[in-house]
Design a protein around this ligand. Structure first.
Ligand SMILES: Nc1ncnc2c1ncn2[C@@H]1O[C@H](COP(=O)(O)OS(=O)(=O)O)[C@@H](OP(=O)(O)O)[C@H]1O
Length: 498
C-alpha cells in the first residue's frame, strides 16, 4: 500500500516534474519565436535603414539649391587640359553619364590620338558625322573644333579648365620628367626655368609638355613667338569655341558656375580631388596640405624662377590671366554673396560624403597603401600620385556611389568602354602588345605596369595607320589586374549607335 502511495507520489512528482518543463519549453519556444521574428524584423529594418541611409546620403541633400527652370544639359564636351584638375572634372562627367546611361565618346585607347590634333575617327564607335548619338566627351585631346563638331551634337555645351602656368609647370615637370626631353635633361625645374632654351628643342616630340601646354591643348601653336596680337587672337578663338572656362585655383567656385551652366544637381559636381601629387604641406589647398611628405628638391623654385617660367609660358600666362578675369566677371554676374553661400554648401556636402565614403576622413593616400588594387591611381614621374581608400562596411548602394567618386580615370574609362561595347575585345587582352613606344624609346610591358593613356598605339596608332602619338605617359606601378577585374564587372549599358 505504502509502496503504491510512494509510487503514486513519484508519478505525481514525475508528473509535476514533467508539467514544469513543459511550460518551460513552451515559454522558451515563445521566447525563441519572438527573438527570431525580432531578428528577422531587425534585418529587414536594418536593410531598409541602410538603403534609406544610402538613398538619403546620395539623394536628399544632393540636389542642392534650386536652379530655376533650366533643363539639364546632356550633351557636353570637356576639353581635358593637362595638369589642371581635369581628372577630377572628368570623374564628374563619367559619374553623371554612367548614372543616366548616357553614351560617351570614348577614345580607342585612353586619349584621342594626343598629341596629334583630334580626329573624329579616334572616337570608338564613330561611323561618320552624327551617325551615332554621343552625349559626353572628355578625354585628353589636342582640340580641333571642326573634327569635334563631327562627333558631338550641335547643342553641345563646351567647357574647359585652366591653371596658373607656374603651378601647371610644376605639376607637369613632376609628371612628365621622363617623357619630355627638355625636362629629362634639366637637373630640376629651377634649372630648367633659369635657361629653358638650353634644354628645349621644339622639334622633339613630347616637348609640348614643357612649354605653353594649355595653348597646345587648345589646338594653338605653342612655339609661336609671343605678341599681344597673337595672344588676343588665341584668346578669341578659345572664347568662340568654349562657353565656360573654369579656373583650377578656384575649383569650388568653378563647380558652382558649372552646376548652374549645366543645370545639374549638387551631387554631380561634388568631388574628391583626384590625381594629386604627394607634396609638402604648402599652405595652399587644404586637401593637399594634409599629406605630409617631402617635396623633391627638383621641384623647388625661387621667386625669380617663377617669373622666368611665366615668361617662358607667356602665351599660357596671357590665356590664364584673360580667363581668370572673365571667370570673376562671371562670378560677379552670379553674385558674390550667392557664390559664397553655394561654395559653403558644396564644401559641407563634400565633407559629409568624405566622412561617409572615405577612410581616414578622406585623406588621400599613396597607391601602395590602397588595399583594393583595382582603384590604385596611375603612377608617373618624380612623385607619387595619390588615391583613396573606401570606408569599410558600407552597404552595397553606398559603396557603389562612393566608389564612383574615387575610381581613377583609366579604370573608369575601361568600365564605361566595357558597358558601351560589351562584345568588343577586352582591353586587357589588347594590352598583350609586346612593346610600348614611349617618348621615342620602346619599353617592354611587364605584368606590373599599365599605360595610363593608351599610348600603346594598340587600337590607336598601332592598329590605325601607325600615327598614334598617344603614347606619352607610362605607368610603372599599377596592377595589371585592373582591367580584367573591371571588365568582368562591367556590362549592361546600352549602346546608342544608330
Ligand atoms: N579639386 C582640385 N582643386 C585643385 N587642384 C586639383 C583638384 N583636383 C586635382 N587637382 C590637381 O590637378 C593636378 C592633376 O591634374 P590633371 O588631373 O588635369 O592631370 S592629368 O593631365 O590628367 O594627368 C594635380 O596637381 P599637382 O598635385 O600640383 O600635380 C592635382 O593635385
Amino acid at each position: 500500500m505504502a509502496f503504491k502511495r510512494r509510487a503514486r507520489r513519484m508519478r505525481l512528482g514525475l508528473g509535476r516534474y514533467r508539467v514544469g518543463p513543459m511550460w518551460l519549453w513552451k515559454a522558451l519556444l515563445v521566447f525563441v519565436a519572438i527573438a527570431f521574428a525580432g531578428q528577422l524584423l531587425g534585418v529587414i529594418f536594418n536593410k531598409s535603414l541602410q538603403q534609406d541611409r544610402s538613398r538619403s546620403l546620395f539623394s536628399s541633400d544632393g540636389q542642392g539649391p534650386p536652379l530655376g527652370s533650366c533643363r539639364p544639359h546632356s550633351h557636353v564636351m570637356f576639353l581635358k587640359t593637362h595638369k589642371t584638375a581635369s581628372s577630377t572634372v572628368l570623374n564628374m562627367l563619367y559619374r553623371y553619364g554612367e548614372e543616366r546611361d548616357l553614351f560617351f565618346a570614348l577614345p580607342l585607347g585612353y586619349q584621342f590620338g594626343y598629341p596629334l590634333p583630334f580626329n573624329a575617327h579616334r572616337v570608338k564607335g564613330y561611323r561618320g558625322p552624327h551617325v551615332a548619338e554621343f552625349s559626353i566627351m572628355g578625354n585628353h585631346m589636342r582640340f580641333n573644333k571642326p573634327e569635334v563638331e563631327k562627333v558631338m551634337p550641335v547643342d553641345t555645351f563646351y567647357f574647359s579648365i585652366m591653371r596658373d602656368p607656374v603651378a601647371l609647370a610644376e605639376s607637369s615637370y613632376a609628371y612628365y620628367k621622363a617623357v619630355a626631353p627638355a625636362f629629362k635633361k634639366a637637373k630640376g625645374l629651377g634649372d630648367f626655368a633659369d635657361n629653358p632654351r638650353k634644354y628645349y628643342d621644339p622639334r622633339l616630340r613630347n616637348n609640348h609638355y614643357a612649354r605653353n601646354l594649355l595653348w597646345f591643348d587648345f589646338g594653338l601653336d605653342h612655339n609661336a613667338n609671343f605678341s599681344t596680337t597673337l595672344a588676343r587672337r588665341g584668346e578669341a578663338a578659345v572664347r568662340r569655341a568654349f562657353k565656360l572656362i573654369l579656373v583650377s585655383e578656384h575649383f569650388d567656385q568653378s563647380m558652382v558656375l558649372l552646376r548652374h551652366a549645366l543645370c545639374w544637381p549638387l551631387d554631380a559636381i561634388v568631388s574628391f580631388s583626384l590625381n594629386a601629387r604627394q607634396q609638402k604641406p604648402s599652405g595652399g589647398s587644404s586637401w593637399v596640405g594634409k599629406v605630409a611628405a617631402v617635396q623633391p628638391p627638383a621641384l623647388a623654385l625661387t621667386d625669380d624662377q617663377r617669373l622666368k617660367l611665366r615668361e617662358w609660358n607667356a602665351l599660357d600666362w596671357h590665356l590664364y590671366q584673360a580667363f581668370n578675369r572673365s571667370f570673376w566677371n562671371e562670378v560677379d554676374r552670379f553674385g558674390r554673396i550667392r557664390m559664397d553661400q553655394e561654395v559653403a554648401l558644396l564644401r559641407t556636402r563634400r565633407d559629409v560624403l568624405a566622412r561617409a565614403c572615405l577612410r581616414d576622413g578622406g585623406r588621400p593616400v599613396e597607391a601602395s597603401r590602397i588595399r583594393d588594387k583595382t582603384i590604385r591611381p596611375f603612377q608617373s614621374g618624380l612623385v607619387k600620385i595619390l588615391g583613396y581608400e573606401l570606408q569599410p562596411g558600407l552597404d552595397n548602394a553606398t559603396h557603389q556611389s562612393c566608389l564612383r567618386m574615387i575610381r581613377p580615370e583609366i579604370q573608369y574609362k575601361d568600365l564605361l568602354d566595357a558597358r558601351q561595347f560589351p562584345r568588343a575585345a577586352p582591353q586587357a587582352a589588347q594590352a598583350q602588345a609586346p612593346a610600348i613606344p614611349a617618348g621615342g624609346a620602346y619599353l617592354r610591358k611587364d605584368p606590373s605596369s599599365q599605360l595610363r593613356t593608351g599610348e600603346l598605339g594598340v587600337g590607336e596608332g598601332g592598329g590605325g595607320g601607325g600615327t598614334g602619338e598617344d603614347r606619352s605617359r607610362l605607368s610603372r606601378s599599377n596592377n595589371n589586374n585592373n582591367n580584367q577585374t573591371l571588365l568582368r564587372g562591367g556590362g549592361g549599358g546600352k549602346g546608342k549607335i544608330k
